[in-house]
Design a protein around this ligand. Structure first.
Ligand SMILES: C[S@@+](CC[C@H](N)C(=O)[O-])C[C@H]1O[C@@H](n2cnc3c(N)ncnc32)[C@H](O)[C@@H]1O
Length: 498
């Protein structure tokens, strides 16, 4: 790493974010930070020089320009002026870029905190024309970095694969509703919901009971609101039960009783069975409320999810991303060709500065059990783990993971789980272990391409969300036509756990 003193001050200061040009070992010139730069800083806006498709095909692509140009709209190619052409490629980029086609420029923003002297790199895409110096462990660990979705600095492709992998939902109105029979996937039909007293699942929870003195004593309720006992596991239950002059407080599901404040003079807590999930029908509501007041979150059985063209475009891109990641993992690290992708929720809004936060909220990983010699490093688990690591970080935008906490789905499943309200895309039907990990993470739905009849946990050899005793249901959607994503065959042995 180059020190701050070596880099500044000096004639290399080319922009006011303190980015300088230096020689980058084995890569030619590169862009470096002369001082630390916070995450999400716009460090460069490069105007572009545009080449028409013909001009580029006939001339540009036969020159060195082909190593510098970005794919633009309408088949055009763009050469970034300013610093834009000098960002080198990395598989763990620290800068993301967005094409501003209205203003004919490219905007470069740091995707994490940058240390002084660090090289600033972007991700060019999966198809490189050179051997990158930093090609190393990232693919091997099942960690594939974020792509800006534009394919990066690659030349226009003419091969058949590209024509086959065009998103057929591109173009047309985003809000156009696509009818059920024209959806590109089939939906697994879950069994009926619990309806009788026997099928209600419970968990034991600690409760404190007290008597209201003169109807005014609500300190215990105030204490409960501030004490931080509210875990996601109790999100489907009301915290207070009032029965005439008695009030009971729902405290926690911890193994041992929680400690109560001495000054409130509450009696020792006791443990009672409470419903393990919210009520989906009125019958189930009355049965569950007899145990403890429970939230009513009816599943709108007769109203299937509405799919618009825009949402299908989003889903198609997400599935394509999983397929590309699988192909890359197989090619680069001889992994099994299985990969998963968790996209940001459809319609994720930009931040207050108009910057997209979707990339920061998206996670992808391929299977890495071969390279790591770790039998549990499946693609689904690797991807969930990346999301979990992100949730454990101090990133200020991570609260955006829960985009609509008022939705039925969030209310039903609790707001604090890793995959609450999130869709999960995976190339192969996940095995029982991965399906259980997804269930525990409260995934909203799972999309896959290849069914795994001998090992799958989403209808193949078992169907986890349909099992009696599990406390969450998720949607299962199998894409009908896998050839649309790639002409490469990424099927795996039927006996393998995906
Ligand atoms: C857009 S230019 C980047 C600036 C370039 N280094 C220069 O000095 O002009 C792309 C070229 O940089 C080199 N390059 C970029 N990233 C690299 C990497 N990770 N490893 C090796 N070479 C890289 C390749 O030669 C590539 O064709």
């Amino acid at each position: 790493m180059i020190s701050e003193i070596e880099l500044s001050p000096g004639p290399e200061h080319l922009n006011n974010s303190g980015c300088v040009i230096k020689c980058s070992s084995g890569k030619g010139r590169g862009v470096y930070a002369s001082h630390s730069i916070p995450r999400n800083t716009l460090i460069e806006i490069s105007p572009v020089l545009l080449f028409s498709k013909n001009e580029y095909e006939e001339h540009g692509k036969h020159t060195v320009l082909d190593h510098y140009t970005f794919k633009w709209t309408e088949g055009r190619m763009a050469l970034a002026l300013g610093l834009g052409s000098l960002f080198n490629h990395s598989e763990s980029p620290n800068v993301s870029f967005s094409l501003d086609t209205k203003n004919d420029s490219i905007r470069y923003t740091t995707s994490r905190h940058i240390m002084p002297g660090e090289e600033l790199c972007i991700f060019y895409g999966f198809e490189l024309w050179f051997s990158p110096t930093d090609r190393n462990s990232s693919a091997v660990q099942g960690i594939i970095p974020a792509d800006d979705g534009w394919g990066g600095l690659t030349a226009v492709q003419h091969n058949d694969d590209r024509s086959k992998t065009i998103n057929s939902y591109d173009g047309g109105g985003l809000d156009e509703i696509i009818s059920e029979e024209n959806l590109p996937f089939t939906k697994f039909k879950p069994p009926p919901e619990e309806e009788d007293a026997e099928s209600i699942r419970t968990v034991n929870a600690w409760v404190a009971l007290y008597y209201i003195c003169n109807g005014t004593c609500n300190q215990p309720i105030k204490w409960l609101k501030t004490v931080g006992l509210e875990g996601p596991e109790l999100g489907h239950l009301k915290r207070i039960r009032k029965q005439e002059e008695k009030t009971s407080l729902l405290l926690s599901t911890a193994l041992g009783p929680p400690e109560l404040p001495h000054d409130l003079n509450l009696p020792a807590p006791y443990s009672v069975p409470v419903p393990a999930s919210s009520a989906l029908t009125l019958l189930s509501l009355s049965l569950k409320c007899a145990l403890w007041p429970t939230m009513y979150t009816p599943r709108r059985k007769d109203e299937p999810e509405v799919w618009t063209r825009g949402k299908l475009r989003w889903a198609w891109n997400a599935m394509k991303r999983a397929v590309d990641t699988a192909i890359m993992g197989q090619a680069e690290a001889e992994e099994l060709s299985i990969a998963a992708y968790i996209p940001a929720t459809y319609g994720t809004p930009d931040d207050e500065n108009g910057q997209s936060i979707a990339d920061s909220l998206s996670f992808t990983a391929c299977d890495s059990r071969n390279s790591t010699r770790h039998p549990l490093r499946h693609a689904a688990v690797n991807t969930i783990r990346k999301l979990a690591d992100y949730c454990a970080s101090d990133d200020p935008i991570k609260s955006s993971l829960i985009l609509d906490s008022s939705s039925d789905e969030v209310a039903r499943n609790g707001t604090h789980y890793l995959l609450t309200n999130r869709s999960f895309f995976i190339t192969h039907e996940p095995c029982i272990m991965c399906s259980m990990a997804l269930l525990h993470s409260r995934v909203k739905d799972i999309f896959f391409l290849y069914p795994m009849s001998q090992t799958g946990g989403c209808g193949g050899c078992a169907c986890l969300p349909a099992l009696k005793g599990v406390n969450h249901r998720f949607g299962i959607l199998q894409w009908k036509d896998f050839a649309q994503f790639s002409d490469k065959d990424i099927r795996i042995d039927a006996a393998v756990d995906a």
